[in-house]
Design a protein around this ligand. Structure first.
Ligand code: SF4
Length: 388
């Protein structure tokens, strides 16, 4: 079933940032460090730092002890590279201090080169029911263009291994708009991926992020920029193609089978609290919003940045996140954090233009898929409506 998005305010999540990867991909803007296949230097210490930060943040926001945490997301970097013994110990510390809800969503990110039956079994035994695999493409030419790791036998077998895994909820990430990639190349990757036991797809358009190796190579004309025309075409056809496979679009870049949405990621877009831990992680807690240093040494010093409250910026951010969601949204539930009524006259105007569905009785709103091309314009209109 497609669930309606509502604001809770009392169901936080935890995000843990693990920074290590096999190699640093050229387009990547996350805080990540390529270390090849070696074992990770100082991993035990990193987990000690996570624990220190967790206790520090809990002390600053003691109200979190009264809430039920409904998600734990281990992202990166490439968390499948970690030694799960450290994660197990860290989880038991978390459980000593906070409560997770009975059906809390535990997710981790993995890369194809790490997928092995033992790894899948271990994460499953630790309570992880959701795995997100960073595939980006199954085709060598695209992965080489992205400066990513590729080995034929690994990419050919990885979905097979996932299908046999005990983990019930599986997702893949794909990228489109890679120089040299055609619409058909992308659809081939897509169909190869989702015709297996996959429940979730994140499809991202390739972007040029400041400070990345890819943006430097484009500037010096050693590489071509992302193919924008192909990106527009894929954005146009994707919702329909995914519907044929039983997936629905619940956010600009995210599709799932009903019931398999990422509840953790939804927290970011609807501005629920989450505690981000680790170098480069961001968090949003009752004491405010914060961003940790993107540097292991600085993070390891143990003086963690304190959250800041920015009421106006926060309001814009909520609108920006909320209106990226394509699932039905109970707008009235967001009047609590906004501290005012939604400007329903704007929503009604959109409804008249057939851009969305909206019920004036229960205030349930949902974008129609055509709205995606003008989303930025509508978000701006709503932000101005909220501010006025
Ligand atoms: S594997 Fe992922 S996190 Fe690591 S460098 Fe590549 S894109 Fe970034």
């Amino acid at each position: 079933m497609i669930s309606t998005v509502r604001f809770s305010g009392k169901q936080p999540g935890i995000y843990l940032h693990y920074p290590y990867c096999y190699q640093k991909c050229q387009y990547c803007d996350f805080y990540s460090i390529g270390v090849g296949s070696k074992s990770i230097p100082g991993e035990e210490e990193l987990f000690r730092n996570y624990e220190e930060e967790f206790l520090f943040r809990l002390e600053r926001d003691p109200i979190l002890r009264d809430f039920e945490f409904t998600s734990f997301f281990v992202g990166g970097g490439t968390p499948s590279k970690m030694n799960p013994i450290h994660l197990e110990k860290f989880l038991s510390t978390l459980r000593k201090h906070i409560r997770f809800s009975e059906n809390a969503e535990f997710s981790f990110e993995a890369n194809p080169e790490d997928i092995h039956p033992n790894l899948l079994e271990t994460f499953w035994n630790l309570g992880f029911g959701r795995l997100n695999l960073g595939v980006q493409s199954f085709q060598e030419k695209n992965l080489v263009e992205l400066g990513r790791f590729y080995r034929k036998e690994i990419y050919e077998n990885v979905l097979n291994l996932l299908e046999k895994s005990p983990i019930p909820s599986l997702g893949i990430d794909l990228i489109y708009g890679i120089p040299g990639q055609t619409v058909d190349d992308f659809l081939m990757d897509l169909k190869f991926g989702i015709s297996t036991r996959i429940h979730h797809l994140s499809a991202y358009s390739l972007t040029l992020e400041k400070g990345t190796e890819y943006s430097r190579l484009v500037r010096t004309q050693e590489k071509k920029p992302p193919q924008e025309e192909i990106q527009t075409e894929i954005m146009r056809i994707l919702p329909e193609v995914m519907n044929e496979f039983g997936f629905f679009q619940y956010e600009v870049s995210n599709y799932s089978k009903p019931g398999f949405e990422s509840h953790h990621n939804l927290k970011y877009w609807k501005m629920e609290y989450y505690m981000g831990l680790g170098p480069g992680a961001h968090g949003f807690l009752p004491s405010g919003r914060y961003g940790n240093p993107r540097n292991l040494q600085a993070y390891g010093k143990g003086s963690f940045p304190i959250g800041k409250v920015d009421r106006d910026g926060w309001r814009d951010e909520l609108i920006l996140g909320l209106l990226r969601i394509f699932s039905p949204i109970d707008l009235s539930s967001f009047e609590v954090p906004l501290n005012r009524e939604f400007p329903y006259e704007i929503v009604k105007k959109w409804k008249d233009k057939k851009l969305c569905d909206f019920s004036e009785i229960n205030k349930i709103f949902q974008w129609k898929k055509e709205a995606i091309f003008y989303l930025d314009e509508y978000i701006l209109e709503m932000s101005e409506g909220i501010d006025s």
